[in-house]
Write a protein that binds this ligand. Structure first.
Ligand code: F6P
Length: 338
């Protein structure tokens, strides 16, 4: 069957995540397999606005499967939020004959897709964000690699904390989502984990947990704080959640915690097996959607299967924490209190 599109563009947008390159590679190679031309769009939506594009072939994506970051560069485009910016992007598509776009990123990226779709361009989104906060997909490209990077760093911290009998407060990324913090908290045996999705109480969820751990014989404590844990607009603008929690600990318990903000380290590095394979499967699926005449789709990972969903519906799905992981954490941390 002939492909519904003859030429497509591919871009990465928002914060980069390990595995984005693997997804780009799969998009390019699958398109070539179907005889579809691929245009690489640099710097997210800005590239489409400014015509910052280049032809891609099988060689342009050679040796990138294992590379972190994104060879297409990425950006958060202010201009694309305006009607004028979107018109410029549409003009680039028309000029170059780009009939479909595969956009790899988070929910902001998908909202950009919808804006473009209104102008008749076919769009498919692929979830790529270390925050793992896309409601329609159980998994986003980059999450597992980022979690492993954080875990490795925290294991190292634990060695020195244990030697000095200290308390560490570690801030992990995630924007307004606590998935990464929760997952990393389970994997590192944290004393307490603070996430934005649930209101938490310093006395019960931090001070008492440290006290109980001390009474149970522990002499070092690991507090994992999601960067958005305070669910506060001001703190999101001027990050400092871990510092704030550390000050509260010092004041309440009289111990002097050390703060580590893992920051952008979590976004870099070679993607692990899970991210390479998931990204490749998602990139393939996105092109299959376009080739088969579908538009406004988000590629999703649900229960181990790759599928796709209407983009409006996908964006309306709220992001939630993994409930079973929450119960596990509560039981394992809670046991220290009993
Ligand atoms: O969305 C990915 C993410 O790394 C968030 O976890 C974090 O809040 C944000 O991006 C940081 O953005 P920037 O790289 O622009 O500082």
């Amino acid at each position: 069957m002939a492909s519904a599109v003859k030429r497509i563009g591919v871009l990465t947008s928002g914060g980069d995540s390990p595995g984005m390159n693997a997804a780009v590679r799969a998009v390019v190679r699958t398109a070539i397999y179907h005889g579809v031309d691929v245009i690489g769009i640099r710097r997210g939506w800005n590239g489409l606005i400014n015509g910052d594009v280049f032809r891609m072939d099988a060689n342009s994506v050679a040796h990138i499967l294992n590379r972190g970051g994104t060879i297409l560069y990425t950006a958060r485009s202010e201009e694309f939020r305006s009607e004028q910016g979107q018109q410029k992007a549409v003009a680039t598509c028309k000029l170059l004959g780009i009939e479909g776009i595969v956009a790899i990123g988070g929910d902001g990226t998908f909202r950009g897709c919808l804006a473009l779709a209104k102008h008749g361009i076919s769009v498919v989104g692929i979830p790529g964000t270390i925050d793992n906060d896309i409601g329609c997909s159980h998994y986003c490209i980059g999450y597992d690699t980022a979690a492993n990077t954080a875990i490795e760093a925290i294991d190292r911290l634990r060695d020195t904390m244990q030697s000095h009998e200290r308390c560490s407060v570690v801030e992990v990324m995630g924007h307004r989502a606590g998935n990464l913090a929760l997952y990393v908290g389970i994997a590192t045996g944290a004393t307490a984990v603070l996430v934005p999705e649930h209101p938490w109480d310093f006395q019960t969820d931090v001070a008492e947990r440290i006290r109980s751990a001390r009474l149970a014989g522990r002499t070092h404590f690991m507090i994992i704080v999601a960067e958005g844990a305070f669910n506060d607009d001001e703190i999101m603008k001027n990050p400092g959640s871990a510092n704030k929690v550390a000050s509260m600990i010092k004041e309440e318990l009289g111990i002097d915690p050390r703060v580590t903000v893992l920051g952008h380290i979590q976004r870099g590095g070679s993607p692990n097996a899970r991210d390479r394979v998931t990204a490749t499967r998602m990139g393939y699926w996105a092109v299959e959607c376009l080739v088969n005449g579908m538009t406004n789709r988000v590629v999703c990972h649900q229960g181990g299967t790759i599928c796709d969903m209407d983009m409006d519906e996908a964006l309306a799905m709220p992001h939630t924490l993994n409930a079973s992981e929450e119960r596990v954490l509560e039981a394992v941390i809670g046991a220290e209190q009993s």
